[in-house]
Design a protein around this ligand. Structure first.
Ligand code: NAD
Length: 484
């Protein structure tokens, strides 16, 4: 085994338990690289106890002191960027440039956390003579973050720096498919001076997630993953009277107008559908081609054919994922869609055990086909054709998801119309992957997000804190007024 058995992290110590172990595969060649424990409710409880013990001390520190840890953490991410990048490639499969981008984004997220003292300075107003109203923010308490396989470093860093800088103590439950990066996150935070017990990591699957939702000592749960599980977590966590923010899956529509710039559009759409092997919740999944767009589709086909699996396209996460993606393609083909670029049965020389799907572009998909409706999560683009823009928006609006939508056009009026009428939380204009950069928040609509608020940026502050409204009177005037 290339890596030692992955261990839980509780109270500042890596701990070995007696849990059943699951193999961790490297999707690039299918080899087993580690084993991860499938923990139970008992380990979640131990993590809560450790977090509760640390909370009084950590939350009492002024925020300016707490963020010092994250200044140091950011420099450690930068110092170790090469090894952290290589680890992501190994456990998740994404190519080196994509893995590196993940660390760069983690650094940006940490920079935002460092700015929280500036952003969260309270509000105060003299509402009448000698009487002041003020609002101050307080941490929620012990919180949990449950994360997916597709960004082993970045998604944990969506929540860890902000939640912890704001004074909370956290239990992280990483995806059991990619548990290795989280160990490095814990080590770097320890090196940066994070006190023991402020961050715990409990590995495992469903049992750990359910125990987190049920545990009365956990006040807030954030979740990122599929809509199916987001709904389970949202329902179960709120039933236990916790605040829950659960981000789900996606089916992002890119509307391409006939006036769109051919080169920019084709390269952006293809990059969006193939980046991270299409395993991004912001990936292009459906392209709605409005009217005469054959010239753009032709260019996209030649762009997609230039991509070399194993070199600039990584594998998907598992053999099951590969088989599922290929089934979607075959089913669409059998239903009458035309496969313009076919990534099925892709084999990379020297990595025959890897789970590769080549770029796939399917034209003449109709909105009622499964491939047009469900999240495929692979490097596959379904092209649905419509006569006009309203027809395209109708297709986009019908999706139960609502993470992102983009329009490619040279017309400001058309762009504005889509910005207003697309039913998604993040909109791009001539941008294939419209991820908001800090300080702007990340979060979708509809079945791509359950709960209120966003998971990063300013939008996350409300989720990770409780506000206290205080009214004080320090003059000696007697009597009452109309609001006393
Ligand atoms: P997933 O839902 O299978 O797993 C996410 C987490 O839930 C993991 O930690 C997993 O252990 C746990 N889990 C899995 N099944 C469970 C169950 N039945 N009960 C309780 N917990 C369970 O998601 P994934 O396959 O790891 O990640 C891919 C999905 O995540 C895609 O749908 C993608 O769109 C989505 N995603 C969304 C965003 C976003 O911001 N909206 C970001 C990244 C990924």
């Amino acid at each position: 085994m290339k890596y030692p058995e992955v261990r839980n992290y509780v109270g500042g110590q890596f701990v070995t338990g007696t849990h059943p172990l699951l193999d961790v595969y490297s999707p690039g060649d299918g080899s087993v690289i580690a084993k991860v424990p499938l923990s139970s409710a008992a380990e979640v409880n131990a993590a809560v106890v450790a977090a509760q013990a640390a909370f009084a001390g950590w939350s009492a520190l002024p925020i300016k002191e707490r963020v010092q840890v994250f200044y140091r953490y950011r420099t450690l991410l930068e110092r170790d960027i090469e090894s952290l990048t290589a680890l992501i490639t190994e456990e998740n499969g994404k190519v080196s440039a994509e893995a590196r981008a993940e660390i760069l984004k983690s650094m940006e997220l940490t920079e935002f956390a460092c700015s929280l003292p500036q952003i969260t300075a309270g509000e105060v107003l003299a509402v009448s003579r000698g009487v002041e109203c003020r609002i101050e923010r307080f941490p929620v308490g012990v919180v949990a973050s449950i994360t997916p396989f597709n960004f082993p470093n970045m998604v944990p860093n969506w929540t860890i720096p902000n939640a912890i800088a704001l004074g909370n103590c956290m239990i992280l439950k990483p995806s059991e498919l990619v548990p290795l990066s989280s160990t490095r996150i814990a080590e770097l935070l320890h090196e940066a001076g994070l006190p023991d017990g402020v961050l715990q990591i409990i590995h495992g699957g469903k049992d750990v997630v359910e125990a987190i939702c049920d545990h009365p000592g956990i006040e807030a749960v954030s979740f990122v993953g599929s809509s199916k599980v987001a709904k389970i977590v949202y329902r179960r966590g709120t039933a236990a009277l916790k605040r829950v923010l659960a981000l789900g899956g996606a089916k992002n529509h890119l509307i391409v107008m006939p006036d769109a710039d051919v080169e920019m559009t084709s390269s952006n759409v293809v990059a969006s559908m193939t980046g991270c092997a299409g395993q991004r919740c912001m990936a292009a999944s459906v392209m709605v081609a409005v009217s005469e767009t054959d010239h753009i589709i032709e260019r996209m086909v030649s762009e997609a054919r230039k991509i070399v699996p194993g070199r600039n396209l990584g594998p998907v996460i598992s053999a099951e994922a590969r088989d599922r993606i290929e089934r979607y393609i075959t089913e669409a083909e059998q239903a009458g869609a035309k496969v313009l670029v076919d990534g099925r049965k892709t084999v990379v020389k020297g990595k025959e055990g890897g789970y590769y799907v080549g770029p796939t572009i399917i034209d003449h998909v109709t909105p009622n086909m499964r491939i047009a409706q469900e999240e495929v999560f692979g490097p596959v683009l379904a092209i649905v054709r419509t006569k006009d823009l309203d027809g395209a928006l109708k297709v986009e609006n019908a999706s139960p998801y609502g993470n992102a939508a983009s329009v490619f056009t040279e017309s400001g009026g058309t762009a504005r119309y889509v910005m207003e009428h697309a039913s998604a939380g993040m909109i791009g204009v001539n941008v294939g992957v419209p991820v908001p950069r800090e300080p702007f928040s990340f979060g979708g609509w509809n079945e791509s997000r359950f709960g209120v608020g966003d998971i990063t940026g300013r939008g996350s502050i409300e989720f990770w804190t409780k506000s206290k409204k205080m009214t004080t009177k320090w003059n000696r005037e007697h009597g009452t007024n109309w609001m006393s």
